[in-house]
Write a protein that binds this ligand. Structure first.
Ligand code: GRF
Length: 206
């Protein structure tokens, strides 16, 4: 399974995927290209360290979203990509890409969808909202990407305890370490080994 990993920041989820492919917890999959919308994303360094081709394709460099979408799609097709993995990627997927890659784009979101998701809920904001609401449990979700934001079929979820004294930073770190870095590689391995059944908006493991 040829994957493209799309990133915007530190790339710790990308690193978890790289490590999982190296230690065998992901089989039958490769990272053909890393694409970021931010020139200075450390995730691009992580790709370079492993000699994985990396590109910066920023919506700002295009006159309109259609052109950005076309460039993104052409780049993905040039690498014969089978699965797009959004790993801390903060740009809404252009419609042209969603249509072409129906049920072949997955995203990691740092909450138990449908709680604390949708536009505006990204990065620390998710964890600040969880602490503000007083939730005792939070977690992460891997889902297929459709035309909406965080609205596609749910593939995997993992719960994480909210602890007394947690700050948003502490909670984010726990959600990444205990949930994101585990379920995103696992979702890729399930797809690479054809272990998922999708019926409508419901996904189950074979
Ligand atoms: C983190 O907030 C993570 O919860 C979310 O994207 C952000 C950066 O992730 N998925 P990464 O370190 O760039 O993978």
């Amino acid at each position: 399974l040829k994957t493209a990993v799309l990133v915007s920041g530190g790339g710790t989820n990308l690193q978890a995927i790289i490590d999982s492919m190296e230690n065998g917890s992901i089989t039958n999959a490769s990272i053909e290209v890393v694409i970021s919308n931010k020139q200075n994303a450390y995730a691009l360094e992580r790709a370079a360290n492993k000699e994985i081709p990396a590109h910066c394709i920023s919506p700002k460099d295009f006159s309109d979203r259609e052109d950005f979408g076309k460039k993104l799609l052409d780049t993905l097709l040039s690498y014969q990509i089978d699965l797009i993995v959004l790993a801390g990627y903060l740009v809404i997927m252009p419609e042209i890409v969603v249509k072409h890659y129906r049920n072949r784009i997955i995203n990691i979101h740092p909450s138990l969808i449908p709680s604390f998701c949708g536009a505006g809920f990204y990065g620390l904001k998710v964890h600040e909202a969880v602490l503000e609401r007083g939730n005792k449990v939070t977690g992460a979700t891997v889902h297929f990407v459709d035309e909406g934001t965080d609205t596609g079929p749910i593939i995997l979820q993992k719960a994480v305890e909210v602890k007394a004294g947690d700050t948003a930073e502490i909670l984010q770190k726990r959600v990444m370490e205990e949930a994101e870095w585990k379920i995103l590689p696992r979702a890729i391995d399930l797809i690479a080994n054809d272990k998922l059944v999708i019926s409508g908006h419901l996904v189950r493991e074979k």
